[in-house]
Design a protein. Sequence first.
Lengths: 457, 101
Amino acid sequence: MSQLGTTDNPLLVAIVGSGPSGFYATEALIKSGLAVKINMLERLPAPYGLVRNGVAPDHQKLKQAILLYYKIAESEQFSFLGNVTVGRDLTVEELRHTHHAVIFTYGAESDRKLGIPGEDLSGSYTATEFVGWYNGHPDYRNREFDLTHEVAVIIGQGNVAADVARILAKTVDELKHTDIAQHALDALAESKIRDIHVIGRRGPAQAKFTPKELREFGELVDCDPVVNPDDLVLNEASKAELADKSNAGNLKVYDLFKEFSERPPSNKKKCCHFRFLLGPVELAGDGRLQKVILEKNALAGEPMKQSARGTGETLELAAGILFRSIGYRGVPLPGLPFDEKRGVIPNTDGRIMENGAVIPRLYTAGWIKRGPTGIIGTNRADSVATVESLLADLNTLDASNKTGLHGLVSLLDERKVRYVTFAEWKKIDSREVELGKPKGKPREKFTYVREMLEIIN
Amino acid sequence: MTTIVTDNCKSCRFTDCVTVCPVACFHYDDEMLYIDPDVCIDCSACIPECPVQAIYEGDDIPADKEEWIAINAERAPNLPVCEEKMDPLPGAEERKAALGF
């Protein structure tokens, strides 16, 4: 039996999930210099995960990360199998049987709940579904959002909340030359939303926006950012946080809030209010959302570790639409252990663990490994670290010859699964770009899987 | 919009930034790192990683650092890409302390 990782016995790795973490893991494996073949599985026909489906349509430059993934995908050592759902079309055990190692990089497709009464009222939505919807993700194609109300509430003050607010705040002209899904653009054109409230449970010194994302609210064509100067008074611990040199981002964000609070009123049609120290305790209404009951919070604790405590005092905000944007959340995969509390696959340094013991040959990287934190590039270091663990384990991996791609294709053919190759994806990709041209859009996305398959069948 | 490495990097070259760059756009010489503006996607991941806050983006670039926009643009494309974290330059820790970090 030849040494694993040599031309006679190349290391065969299956990667589940085609977002950034999957591609950075692929890149790290290729750079190892070993003879390696990577087979990447993705449940949609289209690759790229949240770079395609999460990054906002008006942030096209961020999507250029795809250029790197495209280059990686063109490697001879890489194969893509789209439209294949692991856990349904193939089992974890079958991946383990056909490859020397498997890396799970399937991200976090669900969301954290508020856990309050009325959360499931009509009119209460998640940022996850709204983002998927306007980005043309097939899972969310048929969602409907009732945009006929004037007041919209967003719970959360991270960059996803900023995306939701900004897409609601922008005019059709500001969006029509982006790759926003057409059905979303049409619905947003009819939106009656005028007042958006972006609500955080802690104070302005703790908001998780990055400065660039917050600054965009000062540059919208028909929407003013609104901050009440009284809300900018800081406690001692928050002052200390902003004085900490390593916390420069938060200081920039606070300064932006201050700038917003000093702007004179204008005659723009919409307002985006940033509210602090408030947490929703109940969503109320007769058959649908009509008001949000918010509890006022106070901060307690040491600088950099302050938490929000409810004061018992509440206020009501009449609103017909609410988005919770308090974090994405991973989902379990049959055949793998799952940490229900954190929403991740239990692991140490990327090696999957069950009941405190390492499961050989199974690894994880990205959001399903560490939780839904960080941005696109954060996953690079994370995936590199997981691949380092895998390579350190090389001598312990079962080195017998595995069937790899051939093994997977046999199973899929047997099950009549219409897998999509990277070459086929390129055809779908080109068609989307072609369809966008007459509209002045970078692409017009297909939003149904069957539309994508029609292109290649 | 640009993201640039400025003078605090000189004689430090910690390269923490490189580990989080989604597009590998950092280039290096003997003194410091530079960002290739044609490859950078302005994702801002690098900015909080730098131990000496040498990186600035777009509207946050102070007037006295604007010269670095041209320097990054000119030098980066002619230098090798920094693909992985490297050891900082000798004296980097001292320089970091001297800069107040």
